[in-house]
Design a protein around this ligand. Structure first.
Ligand code: TRP
Length: 400
């Protein structure tokens, strides 16, 4: 059996920490951290593939995906960039063995655009493959891992956040939202099967847990693993499972995959996304950096203000920018267009080109993006209101 790399380190990095060498110094200065609970530093996404032991989505897989329907821009642009066992799950699909989808949300606050990205992608997979989706709301996780949140807060947020999920247009006949504390009867027996097969030393190695972590945190990964076997739980069927998620969630699913093999169930396949950029120039849009985040409930005025203050790749003066051009590769406004808001590849390439030549200035780009975001949010907010009438139909209830 092939062992997964639990240790979050690339085999090729042995020498990087040898003391005193220049490259070691440089590496440490540039180091970054990606765990389910913390993302810091400038992320080197290729290095992450090596550290986590996943596979890059290559041209062959991309071509194969194109055979099922138009390739989503998040795939085309390398934002959904890494995978586990996709070839296998497509082989099964081709043989008539359909997969189901599983993804989730830790309800710790309001939803921002960064959260929507993997869900928009999940909806595309649901539409393309006609797959069932189980969407986990981990009100338990956010209670356990956050000192300032009570269970009643995270549970309320699970329902608030569910409105944003529903607003994206998931098929009500094929989608179930699973709120952990309310569906625990369904999840618990499978969580126990998982927990029995994961040692404390594994969770320490994978997540860096220490003696001071509370015991709920140590157990939690078995709750996040359980929905990967949802159709085993509900229908006693070993249906393959595909999990689209941020690459930061991969450590949970490395464990899940090892345990699946021990239980004689199919390992879940994965598609990983990069982190959605913040408006202030960071790698990840984060609720803890004010102004770096656009919430789905923001008003047009708030959007205008936040985009107005966004970090761009422009020069200090207009004259200088006309002469030397801007840098789209570091610009938050450009990244927003790249990640979600300009779907036409030619228009996007032209925008980058004109920016580099100094033909388009930041004010113009900010205005155009603001208009697009306001329009997107208007539609989203309307659907979010309507979702209040649909939410009951989307929830997985105990008595089903
Ligand atoms: N732990 C995730 C978070 O904090 C929530 C989550 C639960 C999840 N199950 C998942 C995310 C499956 C992706 C896929 O947001």
């Amino acid at each position: 059996m092939r062992r997964e790399n639990y240790f979050n380190k690339s085999p090729g990095r042995k020498h990087l920490f040898s003391p005193g060498t220049f490259s070691a110094q440089r590496y440490i200065m540039n180091d970054f951290k990606v765990t389910p609970w913390e993302v810091t530093g400038d992320i080197d996404y290729d290095e992450l593939i090596v550290r986590f032991g996943t596979k890059k989505i290559d041209d062959a897989l991309m071509e194969r995906l194109a055979g099922y329907g138009p390739v989503h821009l998040l795939l085309r642009r390398g934002i959904v960039y890494s995978q586990r066992d996709m070839e296998w799950i497509l082989n099964e699909y081709d043989k008539g063995n359909k997969f189901f989808l599983y993804t989730g949300r830790g309800p710790s606050g309001n939803i921002h655009l960064g959260h929507l990205m993997p869900w928009i992608f999940t909806k595309y997979i649901q539409d393309t493959f006609g797959a069932n989706l189980y969407f986990q709301m981990t009100d338990d996780e956010k209670f356990l891992f956050n000192d300032s949140l009570q269970l009643k807060d995270t549970n309320r947020l699970a329902y608030e956040n569910a409105l944003d999920v529903i607003a994206l247009g998931f098929d009500v006949k094929k989608t179930k939202i699973v709120v952990d504390t309310e569906c625990i009867d369904t999840l618990y027996p499978m969580a126990l099967e998982v927990a029995k097969r994961v040692t404390f030393s594994t969770t320490k190695a994978v997540f860096g847990f220490e003696n001071s972590n509370n015991i709920g945190e140590i157990f939690y990964t078995s709750i996040q693993a359980a929905p990967a076997f949802m159709e085993k739980i509900l229908y006693d069927k070993a249906t393959p499972c595909l999990i689209p998620c941020g690459i930061d969630q991969d450590p949970h699913f490395r464990i899940t995959r090892d345990v699946a093999a021990m239980m004689g169930l199919p390992k879940p396949a994965l598609l990983h996304t990069k982190m959605f950029p913040g408006l202030t120039g960071g790698d990840k849009m984060s609720s803890s950096v004010p102004g770096s985040t656009i919430y789905t409930t923001d008003s047009p005025k708030e959007v205008k203000k936040k985009i107005g203050n966004a970090f761009t790749g422009g020069a200090v003066t207009v004259e200088e920018q006309r002469k030397n051009g801007g840098k789209p590769e570091v610009c938050a406004v450009y990244k927003y267009n790249f990640f979600l808001f300009e779907s036409n590849d030619e228009v996007l390439a032209d925008l980058a080109d004109r920016c580099r030549k100094g033909e388009v200035l930041c004010g113009e780009c900010k205005k155009a993006l603001t208009e697009k975001l306001v329009k997107f949010l208007e539609g989203h907010q309307e659907r979010r209101e309507k979702a209040k009438d649909q939410i009951h139909d989307f929830m997985l209830h105990e008595n089903l």
